[in-house]
Design a protein around this ligand. Structure first.
Ligand code: ADP
Ligand code: MG
Length: 256
């Protein structure tokens, strides 16, 4: 498997006690797969993503990517956060160039690649704008362009559309799904929104809190072109809603 999470536990020290944010979590992700981590607030989604991306250290267990143990963040994978993380004093183009600056490319080449990804996310008319001149959805598109410009093998996304209105969110979900189909990136995407997970994922990892664990794995059998209003889609969504509320003491795998 491409990404292997092996029996990972994470504990946070709180005033007098220890809090178990992840309790012996194991998960494998195939290359090119789109996996959603789904669960209520506090179930350890961000913690698990951060352990995979190398931002957080596991107390027990390990993560490997392509056979190598993850010891810290790596240029081969990028993370997109809910708050976009753009530099306000830089233009759209300069923000997108940011990741490319660590690659030793001539300046003209950098701008060319940046422009290509700015076009890809539909912001061709806004290259010289600053983040504050853009809507939230447009800013998140800049963040996506910046992430893609470095041609990462893996995209880690932590509730990237959480702060956006429903219409914009759907548009960006379409874009990200298309990206996954066309560019074959491996994507691990955190959300607490069942519908978002059903729209995006090849596989949904349903998590549960106190302590953070994987409750079930849902292999989504809907094809690549998904229609939020189709009977199949609604059936899968309702089934996951049921799974969400089911009580189990071991991880159950579904194919729906
Ligand atoms: P989620 O992303 O699913 O909302 P998190 O991974 O952010 O969950 O957090 C899981 C649990 O760990 C939560 O109960 C949270 O309060 C706790 N937690 C997260 N980060 C820390 C920290 N740095 N120190 C103490 N507790 C933390
Ligand atoms: Mg979170």
């Amino acid at each position: 498997m491409y990404i292997e999470v092996n029996d990972v536990s994470v504990k946070y020290r709180q005033k007098k006690s220890e809090f178990q944010a992840l309790d012996h979590v194991s998960l494998s992700v195939r290359k090119g797969e789109f996996v959603c981590l789904l669960g209520p607030s506090g179930c350890g989604k961000t913690t698990l993503l951060n352990v995979m991306a190398g931002f957080e250290k596991a107390a027990e267990g390990s993560v490997t990517i392509d056979g190598e143990e993850v010891k810290g963040p790596d240029i081969r994978y990028v993370t997109i956060f809910q708050n976009y993380g753009l530099l306000p004093w830089r233009t759209v183009r300069k923000n997108v160039e940011l990741g490319l600056e660590t690659k030793k490319l001539p300046k003209a080449e950098r701008s060319k690649i940046a422009d290509q990804y700015i076009d890809l996310v539909g912001l061709g008319n806004f290259r010289n704008h600053h983040p504050h001149q853009l809507s939230g959805g447009m800013q998140q598109r800049v963040a996506i362009a910046r992430a893609l410009a470095v041609d990462p093998e893996i995209l880690f996304m932590d509730e990237p559309f959480g702060a956006l209105d429903a219409i914009t969110r759907m548009k960006l979900q379409d874009d990200v799904r298309k990206l996954s189909d066309e560019e074959k990136k491996t994507i691990v995407f955190v959300t607490h929104d069942i519908e978002e997970a059903v729209f995006l994922a090849d596989r949904i990892v349903v998590m549960t809190p106190n302590p953070g664990k994987i409750k079930s794995i849902v292999n989504v059998q809907l094809g690549a072109a998904r229609d939020r209003t189709s009977d199949d889609f609604i059936m899968v969504r309702d089934k996951i809603f049921e799974i969400f509320h089911m009580k189990t003491d071991r991880t159950v795998e579904y194919y729906i």
